[in-house]
Design a binder for this molecule. Structure first.
Ligand code: SAM
Length: 241
């Protein structure tokens, strides 16, 4: 996969992509992440990318010319062009999976008041928000989207790790424990030490249902539940009454 990021502050994004697994994914050729300075497409001595809004008001708006030229130069026909904006569709795991199937993404990071509306109308395929709050720029939002997408690329992780984690199948993941078996009087649930794989799988599934029921009951409505899952939930509800 190729991911281009258009930003006026490429330095903000250097850190997140130069450490740990995402760095290794680039070294192994799973993904190529290219940070492009939008100013290199701006004209004039000052390489100005923004201007005052028509109609007045505070703040500056990204001009259309540098963005059109940059997107045309970088993407050709092939890339899915994404604008990071608080007005977009809220990012989630399902969207991360959808984007992970693309061959090429181009992410546009806004600043100030955002971008000229004609960019949104004519260049952009998707608008993505990472949540209902306002960041000062799209760079951190781009980092979030890229991290979530790249870890889903085939070969990045063992397949089971992403198949069972939170939001797969609309459930939160079960709790995890590691050594020691007792720490400051807090013991690991006995079933996990039992070596009984069927009992462990059943415990994990029930804990995952429990977590979801306690913290995100809205997700449960979308989950596919087996008769055993329903029994587990009925026990939880009874305990709560
Ligand atoms: N005036 C804009 C509005 O009210 O919709 C907000 C502009 S914000 C200060 C500057 C840039 O940060 C946006 O153009 C966008 O690229 C990015 N941004 C801010 N919050 C975001 C969010 N929740 N998700 C994605 N991008 C965001």
């Amino acid at each position: 996969m190729i991911i281009d990021v258009l930003t006026i502050f490429p330095g903000i994004l250097k850190g997140p992509f130069s450490e740990s697994m995402i760095k290794r994914a680039q070294e192994r050729g799973l993904v190529k992440i290219e940070l492009t300075d939008l100013r290199s497409f701006a004209r004039g001595r000052h390489r100005q990318v923004d201007d005052t809004p028509y109609g007045g008001g505070a703040g500056m708006v990204f001009k259309p010319e540098p963005l059109f030229e940059a997107v045309e130069a970088l993407s050709g026909e092939a890339a899915r062009v994404i604008l990071l904006t608080p007005q977009g569709r809220t990012f989630n795991q399902a969207l991360a999976r959808e984007l992970a199937r693309e061959e090429r993404l181009l992410l546009i990071c806004g600043r100030y008041e955002g971008v000229d509306e004609r960019v949104r109308e004519a260049l952009v395929n998707d608008e993505i928000s990472i949540g209902d709050y306002i960041l000062s720029g799209g760079e951190l939002a781009a980092a979030v989207v890229i991290d979530a997408v790249v870890r889903l690329l085939p070969g990045f992780l063992e397949e089971e790790s992403t198949a069972e984690e939170s939001f797969s199948g609309h459930l939160l993941e079960c709790p995890h424990y590691t050594r020691p078996p007792v720490f400051r009087g807090m013991a690991v649930p006995g079933v996990l030490l039992s070596g009984n794989h069927a009992a462990i799988a059943q415990w994990r599934r029930c804990q995952s249902l429990r977590r979801t029921w306690e913290r995100r009951p809205d997700l449960l409505a979308k989950a596919e539940l087996s008769p055993e899952d329903r029994q587990c939930l009925e026990r939880l509800v009874k305990k709560d009454e």
